[in-house]
Design a protein around this ligand. Structure first.
Ligand SMILES: [Ca+2]
Ligand SMILES: [Ca+2]
Length: 322
């Protein structure tokens, strides 16, 4: 249950009561959401949106029609979780109107899939401007990336590849992307960026791609929805010991994945980075081997999140007065 808190406009808040056994509520709220804007009237409108990101928890919008730098109004989106709602808004939607005091966010409605893409959308009213806006939610493509180096035990003395006429020690970099999600596009076009020895300055990097002699590469991968995954391989080699000064520090290899086409009306959410590193290079002087630690996942970029995509469709106007 969502309630508007004690009315003190400068400190507006919304309190959350979670349902207990026998459909009862505790005498004290389980959570408080506090408006950030002085006299913003945070909590003037509340709307349960449905499950925006399809994680099984209901999400909520809170309107603050005088909030924002010039009081133009804002809507705050909170994602649900097992403890209630996120402590901070997942997304803040600013008024699309140039003028202030439009009361954007004075009324809210959710739980309606207006464009039929399988995700609930949001209606925001701005009565002082005689406008209402539709915000369509984008499909969420959940992603996972793996990076595998083969062999994972690289011996610099074993030179099975050739760079020109020169035998070189080489290894295969296998990059795989997995996607899933509710009503995601038939095809997900992804840009894949591979970086070799990323911790080093370009001239000091110790491994290069065999086909291009470059330190990096960008590729396009298309994942079919029914398949859910695709992989691509690249072969890299170790530069000769004469060209390399640092023979001890690990070699880092990273891969980053991003959505290629913004018109896909979808967002990539989840793990979009992967990295692998060697235990050490030990190129040349030592007859030891380089063992790679592969597929070390990095945290998802904080920007890779689900959001409500604003598509500003005016659906009502003031009726002309005669
Ligand atoms: Ca949710
Ligand atoms: Ca929708």
């Amino acid at each position: 249950m969502l309630c508007q808190g004690p009315v003190k406009l400068s400190e507006a808040l919304v309190v959350v009561y979670l349902q207990r056994k026998y459909t009862s509520f505790a005498s004290r709220p389980d959570q408080s959401l506090i408006g950030s804007s002085l006299y913003g009237r945070f909590g003037s409108a509340l709307a349960v949106l449905g499950d925006l990101d399809m994680d099984g928890y209901q999400d909520v919008a809170v309107g603050a029609p005088w909030s924002g730098d010039s009081g133009q109004g804002q809507v705050f989106i909170y994602l649900g979780n097992s403890n209630g709602l996120s402590a901070t808004p997942f997304q803040v939607i600013d008024s699309p109107l140039p003028s202030s005091r439009t009361a954007f966010g004075f009324t809210l409605r959710g739980r309606a899939d207006i464009d039929g893409n399988g995700y609930p959308d949001l209606l925001v009213g701005a009565w002082a401007a005689d406008r209402a806006f539709v915000y369509r939610s984008q499909a969420v493509i959940r992603s996972r990336v793996s990076l595998t180096l083969l062999p994972d035990f690289l011996n610099p003395d074993v030179k099975l590849c050739h760079q020109g006429n020169t035998p070189v020690s080489c290894f295969v970099i296998q990059m795989c992307v997995y996607v899933s999600g509710h009503r995601i596009p038939q095809e997900t076009a992804l840009g894949v960026e591979l970086q070799l020895d990323q911790m080093k300055q370009p001239m000091a990097r110790r491994t290069l791609l065999l086909s291009t002699n470059q330190l990096q590469d960008t590729m396009k991968l298309v994942v079919q929805r029914e398949v859910g995954m695709t992989c691509v391989n690249q072969t890299a080699y170790l530069r000769s010991e004469e060209e390399v000064q640092d023979k001890l520090s690990p070699i880092f290899i990273t891969v980053n994945v991003s959505l290629l086409n913004a018109t896909q009306h979808a967002l990539l959410h989840g793990q979009t980075h992967a990295a692998a590193q060697s235990a050490g290079t030990r190129i040349g002087h030592c007859r030891g081997s380089n063992r790679f630690q592969t597929s070390r996942s990095l945290p998802a970029n904080h920007a890779d999140r689900v959001s409500v995509m604003p598509v500003l469709i005016v659906i009502s106007r003031r009726t002309p007065q005669h």
